[in-house]
Design a protein around this ligand. Sequence first.
Ligand code: GAL
Length: 398
Amino acid sequence: MQKGYIVFFLLLISYINGHAQKYPDLAPTPPMGWNSWNYFVCHINEHKIKRMADAMASNGMKEAGYRYIVIDDCWQIARDKDGYILADPKKFPHGIKALADYIHAKGLKFGIYSDAGTMTCQKRPGSAGYEDKDAQRYAEWGVDYLKYDYCNTEGMNPVVQYTAMRDALYRAGRPIVFSLCDGGKNKPWLWADTVGQLRRTTNDIQNMFATGHGVLKIFDEQSLIRIYNKPNSWNDPDMLQAGNIVLTYIQSRTHFSLWCMMSAPLIAGNNLRYMNQKILKVLTNKNAIAVDQDRLGIQCFLRAKTDNGIEVWFKPLANGDFAVCFLNRNLTTASLDFKWPQAAMDDDFQRSYNIPDDCAILNIWNNKDLGTTKTNIKATIKGQDVLFVRLTNTHKRW
Ligand code: GAL
């Protein structure tokens, strides 16, 4: 459809609906939580989801900022005679409301999944034509977050479909974070700012690091759309694979570092109940999370590349600090000897981010002091590892 028609159509819908909108300020920083898909895929039930909530509430994740427990596809089974959505009674014998209550009682928030088309990607009933009924149910159940997919949408328009659910959520009267998930196919970063709080910008993440549609591939794709990332309007490069088999500890930690550098939503996708302590420490590292949750929400940019191939990514932070991530993509260990750039940087924000020579350097992963920016930073970085630091101007804020 031509752009002009879409705009006209949207204005018409908005007029008919009495100017519905997205709920304001529901995600000033990138949402943090857990989602069932990466680990359980379709094999979900209320017992498993409750155990994930128990784990999040007791293992330090909640204190670190994680909030949402999100059930992905396969919880729905049919619609009742009035068109309301029904949960699979074998998997969720006590119903969705009871599960939401359980999660809320732990001080956490509850998320659910549906699809803008006639069926979800796993062929469960979709929400097309039932937006208001579904939104009403979600509000009654106490849903706080909706992930909304885009399968089985032949002949439909994504802006129209997603706006219809946005407006239904608004009418239902409960603040529900709206997470668009079309795999980036319809370039939602160009139009979804007014529709939802986050939008998937890419195809599903594969449980791989340097191959396939894994961590590095997705990280690279994101650079092209970094300028669209901002508070309440996040690019979503998909959920974390950290802690899932295949990825090593170092790869998981690099994956997490890069997602924090992007200010990406941090939605864990591993089995929280049986995760090893090293992975838990990655997921709950306060320094790393502070970078992700920085209120400016600026997605990192590539500032330099050393002769031996280490990439130097920068992320300006709200208090004038910088996060800097030295990424060694290669399989072999590389040594770093880097002179901090004094010259103004060329960036999209028309601001000059030069590094004063009196910044203190904190190693984010081990919380150790690494001196100041007066001298070159020297380190050895293992293959596929990062050196992830925070620079703080000790004398002045700028
Ligand atoms: C995909 C989506 C995944 C997962 C899956 C469920 O389209 O990208 O994250 O939700 O559908 O069927």
